[in-house]
Design a protein around this ligand. Structure first.
Ligand SMILES: [Zn+2]
Length: 288
């Protein structure tokens, strides 16, 4: 694959998105991925503006609409990855007050450490289990996001499955709620793992970072999801489209995905060296 291949793929993606949005302009489900929450006044204003165009739904409600195909308006779900402390500080009160569903995807190792590690920049504080229980008490959802936040495509298949099931179990033990939704760290996974998720795992949905919307009929448990920077959220024209649907952004996405695959970042290589491929015993594995 070369740059012309990226151009060709981008043209196909861009045209498909435009055609779908034109043909079924009200029958799609957008899922937004944030990490940090915007300040509460900005988040509140953004959600109120989005509500003029979208019907907010939880992941469970969205899946039901997708299965039945009964859309009166486009659907929108807000998700937050890694349980950043700002989600407790700002987003909790706004979502509870406006009664707008949201899901936090929790990496259990980050909660134990109290920090989430970023690819660039210093670690940031996370929510505690107590704060997460306040989140669920407000009627908001918690999903899984592995134990160690590793790229699952570079783990053995047993380790990858353990990262999913052990984090689900830890959340269920700590918060006393069933975990039915999950998000891959960085959106990275293998076809083999996706197959296991779809056919054998107890999960109801698996969030990716494939930047697109979801259209009925649903196939499998994997959901498309759009990653947004908190600072970019106020620039979105909610009634029209997401900025990354432009041709230039679609091309950039294909280009960078190819570069990422051909040159695995250092953090991935370090992890690969650490994964010895031994049997997955939770007490040993959790310290990796
Ligand atoms: Zn993450």
């Amino acid at each position: 694959m070369n740059i012309f291949g990226d151009l060709w793929l981008a043209a196909g993606d861009w045209w498909t998105t435009r055609r779908l949005r034109f043909c079924v302009s009200q029958r799609y489900w957008s899922i937004v991925c944030l990490h940090e929450s915007p300040p509460d006044t900005l988040l509140r204003a953004t959600l109120e503006r989005a509500a003029e165009h979208y019907q907010f739904v939880s992941l469970e409600q969205g899946l039901q609409h997708l299965q039945r195909g009964d859309f009166k308006r486009p659907l929108l779900t807000i998700t937050y990855d890694d349980a950043d402390r700002s989600v407790y500080d700002y987003a909790l009160a706004v979502h509870a007050d406006l009664k707008i569903p949201a899901c936090v995807y929790v990496c259990t190792g980050y909660i134990r450490e109290g920090l989430r590690h970023l690819t660039h920049g210093s670690p940031r504080p996370t929510m505690t289990w107590q704060e997460l229980s306040e989140w669920t008490a407000a009627g908001l959802d918690v999903g899984g996001h592995t134990v160690n936040h590793i790229p699952l495509a570079q783990a053995t298949s047993g380790r990858a499955r353990w990262e999913i099931t052990a984090s689900m179990q830890a959340i269920e033990d700590k918060l006393g709620i069933p975990v039915r939704h999950f998000a891959y760290p960085w959106g990275i996974y293998t076809d083999e793992l996706a197959d296991w998720v779809d056919k054998e795992s107890p999960l109801e949905s698996m969030a990716t970072t494939v930047s697109a919307d979801n259209y009925p009929p649903q196939r499998g448990k994997h959901l498309y999801r759009r990653s947004l920077m908190p600072s970019a959220i106020c620039g979105i024209n909610w009634a029209r489209r997401f900025p990354e649907d432009s041709f230039v952004q679609t091309f950039r996405r294909h280009f960078y995905r190819r570069i990422l695959r051909s040159q695995a970042p250092v953090v991935f290589r370090e992890f690969h060296a650490a994964d010895t491929g031994k049997s997955c015993v939770s007490e040993q594995r959790e310290d990796i």
